[in-house]
Design a protein around this ligand. Structure first.
Ligand SMILES: NC(=O)N[C@@H](CC(=O)O)C(=O)O
Ligand SMILES: [Zn+2]
Length: 427
């Protein structure tokens, strides 16, 4: 017995249309134009998707699930539930856990946990570039790849040594896997909690300058040119980084980049006060930078949207702007935020947003997901575009609720998430 998803709105190369989708045996068996009438559904279950968007399952290539080691912030069980509620069917998790994911055993630990406690969501682990993320010694990329790592990153911290990064790129290139870079030069940061700029000045705080990010982007583009590796830039937040990546693409280098909803929507001028739910890395930048990342995603310089879901406990965030850890949760607000801010206002087409969260990340990382096509795995997200609802952090399925978006009234809430033909979350 299969499942017919009836009368949903789909967006694709042919524009928007109403379709029926038959899911059978974990795959998309048939896609039919609704104009031809209802299919014969006898012997099948049905899901009524009339008036709703039926999108490929959302793909998030930058998330923190915190296991092993930080289970008070999140677990693979709670993180994947949160992801499913946000419409995500595939998520790639960062290795800055404790221990970090720098050995075959830790990669296997995450994959095992994801299989048994991951609520059906596809979890793809990254392995560390350096042992313990200390920047001193490369990990065994070959072994990590064999264990299931899909790329290498020291996310949470920048690789400070250019030689180390160059060696990592050459190694990754030889295995045909990407380097995913958290770009941050520590000598320019020194414990500052927010961006250099208006907010920092007003509160007498040390600022994180744009160059701390862009210097690594520039350095790494040169190293990517030299090594030929696929180089992917994490959470781009500055005008200067966008400029460098744009130029690298024009020159034909194998460079891709991601941007987070918060960097597309908020600037440092929006920070209401010394509330650490507005503290993340990279920090909220100037309105000019926000404009630049918007233009960057619009002209294709920035390839994909990621959440950088970074849960921290309320106790940790209560330590205040200086002492609290960097990071905000992202799964359960990402699509509604971007839909409300950019699609509902007419700036982006619905198709553009959906692509940036589905087919584009799948293509950048060579994954067989992110498209609605006969024969592909039935990873599908159904989204209510009509109902307006306020963000309620208390209702998050994540273990943490550190978000600056509490109370925001949004449209575009996922109502059903399916992975490989199984419903993994529904309202
Ligand atoms: N983004 C953040 O503010 N925090 C991330 C680390 C990271 O992605 O750099 C975390 O692990 O908490
Ligand atoms: Zn990072």
């Amino acid at each position: 017995m299969g499942t017919w998803i009836l009368n949903g709105l789909t967006v694709g190369r042919e524009g928007q249309s109403q379709r029926h989708i038959l899911v059978d045996n974990g795959s998309i068996k048939q896609i039919a134009d609704a104009a031809a009438g209802l299919p014969d559904t006898s012997g099948h279950e049905t899901i009524d998707a009339a008036g709703k968007l039926v999108a490929p399952g959302l793909v998030d290539m930058h998330v923190h699930l915190r296991e092993p080691g930080f289970e008070h912030k999140e677990t693979i069980a709670t993180g994947t539930r949160s992801a499913a509620k946000g419409g995500f069917t595939t998520i790639a998790c960062m290795p800055n856990t404790r221990p970090v994911i720098d050995t075959v055993d830790t990669v296997k630990y995450v994959l095992d946990k994801a299989r048994t406690e991951g609520n059906g969501v596809r979890v793809l682990p990254y392995g560390c570039i350096t042992k313990n993320e200390l920047g001193r010694e490369l990990t065994d990329f070959t072994a990590l790849k064999e264990a299931g790592a899909i790329g290498f990153t020291d996310d949470g911290v920048g690789v400070q040594s250019a030689q180390m990064m160059k060696d990592a790129m050459a190694f990754a290139k030889s295995l045909d896997l990407p380097i995913i870079a958290h770009c941050e030069d520590n000598t320019l940061v020194e414990g500052a909690p927010v961006t250099e700029g208006a907010f920092a000045r007003k509160h007498g705080l040390k600022g994180i300058p744009n160059e701390s990010e862009a210097i690594h982007v520039g350095r790494d583009i040169l190293l990517a040119e030299a090594t030929g590796v696929h180089y992917h830039v994490c959470h781009v937040s500055t005008e200067q980084s966008v400029r460098l990546i744009r130029q690298a693409k024009q020159l034909g280098f194998r460079v891709t980049a991601e941007v987070c909803p918060h960097h597309l929507i908020l600037s440092d001028e929006d920070i209401p006060g010394l509330d650490a739910n507005w503290k993340m890395n990279p920090p909220l930048r100037s309105p000019r930078d926000v404009q630049a990342v918007i233009e960057g995603i619009e002209d294709g310089t920035l390839d994909i949207v990621v959440t950088d879901h970074a849960p921290h406990s309320a106790e940790e965030k209560a330590k205040g702007m200086m002492l609290a850890p960097f990071g905000i949760v992202g799964f359960e607000t990402a699509f509604p935020l971007l839909y409300t801010k950019f699609v509902k206002t007419g700036r982006w087409t619905l198709r553009f947003l959906v692509e940036k969260m589905t087919s584009a990340p799948a293509e950048v990382f060579g994954l067989p997901y992110g498209r609605l096509e006969e024969g592909l795995p039935a990873d599908i997200t159904i989204i209510d575009l009509e109902t307006e609802r306020a963000v309620d952090p208390a209702s998050f399925l994540s273990k943490s609720n550190n978000t600056p978006f509490g109370g925001w009234k949004l449209h575009g809430w996922p109502v059903l998430t399916m992975v490989g033909g199984s419903v993994v979350w529904s309202e």
